[in-house]
Design a protein around this ligand. Structure first.
Ligand code: HEM
Length: 568
């Protein structure tokens, strides 16, 4: 009901002595709306509603308002009364939320940017602009090792915090709501399920696919694809190629082969497959919606890049076709997909069809892009730093004469220490997944490095900031592979391997790490043996680094390289 102007009140009142009476006469609807807003906030605060619950609850309130208005028939007319009540409701709700989050919230003692304390929208916009890794690093430098990056979220950047969030002391810590923000996901995948026990048995189904026995059976497939790559590079000898493209071609073809039973033909054709382009686009949407997970259900109606949405739909359609083709081939093929069709040995459970479909998409999304990035950055550093390229080549020449079949599984630390040091160093300076992997504190709260974190808080470790921090790695932004070899580490160099988490660690750590390492070792050894590389003289390494952005993974510009068949 609209406030009755004071002049029309039927009797003269003294505002200061008759306030309650005045209020009751003037604003019954206003007060009711304000109280409803405060009640709603209290309710939402106890349990965050889903989008459906929110709409249901708001619908009930609107219906009650309508009933009241039609019943009481306020003098201002029903339309004004409804508008006024809604304005009061929403203004009170928003004010109450802001005041609570800034002044009363259990995380109020943790510093951080004000806008992030108030709303996740701030982070969603930063994510959408691909600036997350830089923004969070800047905030850590400004506010310290533990910062508030969302109303209910903390970011950590100290090596001491890794065990409590991902490692040995994190048994009850599960994934946060970030993992619900995958638009259109019909069934949870291994990489998005938030339920600890569900994740546990599904992980048991996945793990055999990356055992040494399984890797041995993949080895010859990788070598077949590498042979195609080598042929193609010979054909392009003396020309400039984008090295980033070729790492994509290789890793997408590998994951197509191991995920869907057939490569994507990217190496053969020497062009990007639409599938890879779709994935890059769909990640743009993912990072926005994951910051505000409830909005993912509304993704079709939220006005974000129509191109990214169209590409996301194409990506699903394409993935579905590939999935349908592969599932017909059954479990006899030696590939990752084949393992997903097996039952969990402990519980006897098998994945449902939608779960397998979701997991098969994960094989490509999780497996191809990150590995390609690691290969791209590795070569970027080695080609900028010719002495280190030469040193690596010396090691490669000493362990492989190029005529025998290369056994990737033997290229570990013992046999190829410098190769592994270079890979680690590229993963440290440019971690493909630079931003924190969100976790959620159990209901009883949780200690991280001696600091109590209140129940239900979301938290993560910011890999980009921590891996480049001088306290853990001296000259943290520089590519110095020698730091990974005890005998070669410069004297006095800080080296805290707890702060090195490119594959994450613990229950949810990368299940495909050994496959990724196998691919990188095999590919690097093969091409370093067979080709000379030279960066295009026009290429500006600093500008390249400055232009690197992030969505779920880092993104990068082209790396133009003249590739030439090696002359001995
Ligand atoms: C250099 C390459 C790679 C990097 C840097 C990397 C990094 C990561 C990271 C940081 C996580 C944790 C994600 C989280 O906490 O939500 C992860 C998980 C995962 N990665 Fe990788 N990854 C790489 C290659 C691969 C490959 C080749 C595969 C093969 C399919 C793979 C499959 C997965 C899967 C399935 C998960 C989810 C694991 C789980 O939920 O238990 N990754 N990866």
């Amino acid at each position: 009901m609209e406030a009755t102007p004071l002049s029309t009140l039927p009797y003269q009142v003294d505002v200061f002595t008759h306030v309650p009476l005045l209020l009751s006469k003037v604003d019954e609807l206003v007060w009711t709306s304000a109280i409803a807003a405060l009640g709603s906030h209290a309710l939402y605060n106890r349990k965050e509603p889903t989008v459906q619950q929110f709409f249901w609850f708001s619908g009930v309130l609107e219906a009650a308002l309508l009933y009241y208005v039609l019943d009481v028939r306020p003098a201002s007319g029903p339309v004004i009364a409804v508008l006024l009540a809604n304005a009061v409701y929403w203004i009170t709700l928003v004010t109450s939320i802001v005041v609570y989050r800034v002044f009363l919230h259990p995380l109020r003692r943790f510093p951080g940017p004000l806008l992030s304390q108030i709303t996740r929208l701030h982070m969603a916009v930063i994510n959408y602009k691909h600036e997350t890794h830089i923004a969070i690093q800047k905030w850590h430098q400004q506010y310290g090792d533990i910062i508030r990056v969302g109303p209910n979220e903390l970011s950590f950047a100290h090596a001491d915090s890794v065990a409590g969030i991902h490692g040995a002391h994190s048994a009850k810590v599960t994934r946060g709501p970030w993992y619900d923000g995958n638009p259109g996901e019909e069934a949870k995948s291994l990489a998005t399920t938030r339920d600890l026990s569900n994740h546990h048995w599904r992980r048991r189904v996945w793990e055999p696919a990356f055992s040494t026995k399984a890797l041995k059976t993949y080895d010859y497939r990788l070598v077949r694809l590498l042979d195609i790559m080598v042929d193609q590079l010979h054909k392009r000898s003396g020309t400039i190629i984008d090295w980033g493209d070729w790492t994509d071609f290789f890793t997408f073809d590998v994951m197509g082969e191991l995920g869907y039973g057939h490569d994507f033909g990217m190496l053969e054709k020497g062009t990007q497959h639409q599938y890879a382009l779709y994935i890059h686009q769909s990640l743009r949407l993912l990072v926005f919606f994951s910051a505000i997970p409830w909005s993912a259900t509304l993704w079709r109606w939220i006005p974000l890049s129509p191109q990214a949405k169209a590409d996301t739909l194409e990506f699903w359609n394409f993935a579905r076709t590939r999935f349908e083709q592969r599932i017909k081939e059954g479990s006899d093929r030696d590939d990752v997909f084949g393992y997903l069709l097996h039952a969990d040995e402990d519980s006897g459970k098998t994945l449902s069809r939608p779960e397998i479909e979701s997991d098969s998409r994960t094989i490509i999304i999780a497996g191809a892009n990150s590995t390609a990035l690691a290969m791209s950055f590795l070569f970027f550093f080695l080609l900028v730093d010719r002495k280190r390229f030469a040193k690596l080549r010396e090691e490669v020449d000493s362990i492989w004469d190029g005529s025998s079949q290369l056994d990737g599984l033997t290229l570990g630390q013992d046999k190829a220490p410098y190769l592994n040091a270079c890979i680690n160093e590229a993963l440290r300076v440019m971690p493909p997944g630079p931003n924190g992997m969100q976790r959620r504190v159990p209901d009883e709260g949780h200690f991280v490095a001696g600091v109590f974190v209140p129940p239900e808080t979301q938290l993560s470790v910011h890999a980009w900031t921590m891996q480049r921090d001088e306290r853990f790695f001296t000259k943290g932004t520089e590519f110095i592979p020698e730091r990974w070899i005890d005998a070669e580490r410069p004297a006095g160099f800080a080296h805290d391997s707890r702060a090195f988490i490119p594959f994450s660690v613990g229950n949810f750590g990368c299940v495909g790490k050994q496959l990724a390492m196998l691919e990188i070792r095999l590919m690097t050894t093969t091409v370093v043996k067979n080709f000379d590389f030279e960066l295009d003289p026009q290429f500006d390494p600093q500008a390249f680094l400055d232009d690197c952005k992030s969505n779920l993974t880092l993104t990068k510009g082209p790396i133009p390289v003249k590739v030439t068949t090696r002359s001995y």
